[in-house]
Design a protein around this ligand. Sequence first.
Ligand SMILES: NC(=O)CC(=O)C(=O)O
Length: 296
Amino acid sequence: MNKAKVALIQLLGSQANKNANLERAQVLIKQALLQQPDTKLVVLPECFNSPYDVLKFQEYSEVITPRNESVTTKFLSGIAQRYRITLIGGTIPEYDPQDGKLYNTCIVYDERGQLIGKHRKMHLFDINIPNGIEFQESKTLSFGNAITTVENSSSDCKILNKFGIGICYDMRFPELAMINSRRGAKLMVYPSAFNTVTGPLHWDILAKSRAIDNQIYIILCSPARDKSNPKNYQAYGHSIVVDPNGKVVSEAGEDEEIVFAELDVDLIEVVRQSIPITRQRRFDVYPDVSDLHGQK
Ligand SMILES: NC(=O)CC(=O)C(=O)O
């Protein structure tokens, strides 16, 4: 199939009760599939099962194994299998017993509920904007060290056969999307949680930039804004799907909402034929970053 319907779950998760976060995610996923039964890809936001708080990550962390034994991994695998969807499970705090470190990790399931991808946030959100926001993920989290291109051959949608994953702050580093697209990914998905300071400044511009740079689809999925708890991290919302021309296909507001969109793999070729930057690069003058990285 050349087209794929997707649903972005802009969940008011990230609350103190992990089970309640999972239950709410399930309610909204069911609602998405009722409204659009032929949905092939569902995306959840960053830190959907725990507060977005560096001091809470340890408490909410889970060990991720291919057998999906932890609460959230079992939950995500079960949903993907039951509804026969590719599921990008937002992110969860991960504890790795081998190195004793914590990571902010996205896990991806195929339609059979098999774990097919795991991306650890590579660029941690350590910023300080005077009179704006200070956040230091690296106080408790460690850096992921791998670029993640997910192979998903069991999907009958071409655009879902290969896609790249980044997490939130990762989108500010164009290399990640560039390397993924040169590996053949036609879609980058970033479970994210920008905030009310950086969201209005950069959110949609970054989505459009990554799309135009690489002539691919970009998906950003955010939590909803938590207006009833103003002391909590205030996510920007505005989950968005941008097409390979940099055009917004669909975008949420700031409250809990499901964003629906259709991705068309043929549009990528049309855009690349019309504005042929993929063939006009000057690798005789500057190096190809995907080559340099040695992971083509
Ligand atoms: N929360 C993040 O990782 C990133 C973010 O909010 C920003 O880059 O701005």
